[in-house]
Ligand binder design. Structure first.
Ligand SMILES: [Fe+2]
Ligand SMILES: [Fe+2]
Length: 144
């Protein structure tokens, strides 16, 4: 998709970047899994649709981080669920809201530290998506 960006990525990633990317992959993987379950708990079709739209962004983030990881390491990532998904709808919304907010900070911090402009840009974009998700989860919590 971005073939001209890949060769320069092989030059010396900054310290800790690969670990942070692996952590981001686990977070995105967990969000994809938990939002599927949260969508099933949603009280109506409109809400379910919104959660599944957010989940699509997380799948996109997961794929983007996985591509970066493979380019930096030459290995496939081994994603793991970082926490158990809440089984009560409202708890799920609140956990999601908190997780999204923490992820905004995490991605902006990673972007600040990243040397490579392509990685920096992807992190900023993902951070803005997560900010948007946080607002949605807060809205869904006050609407239901
Ligand atoms: Fe995400
Ligand atoms: Fe998100």
């Amino acid at each position: 998709m971005y073939p001209h960006f890949f060769p320069p990525l092989r030059q010396q990633p900054n310290a800790g970047l690969i670990e942070d990317i692996a952590k981001a992959i686990n977070g995105e993987y967990s969000a994809v899994t938990c939002y599927q379950q949260l969508a099933q708990l949603a009280p109506n079709e409109k809400t379910r649709h919104r959660i599944l739209e957010i989940r699509k962004d997380e799948i996109r983030h997961f794929q983007m981080f996985s591509r970066i990881y493979m380019t930096l390491t030459g290995r496939q990532p081994q994603p793991q669920l970082t926490e158990r998904c809440p089984t009560i709808y409202r708890e799920g919304l609140r956990a999601a809201f908190q997780d999204e907010q923490e992820t905004v900070d995490f991605y902006h911090e990673m972007a600040d530290r990243a040397h490579h402009p392509f990685i920096k840009k992807q992190l900023r974009r993902a951070a803005f998506d997560e900010q948007n998700h946080a607002v949605w989860f807060l809205a869904l919590d006050t609407m239901t």
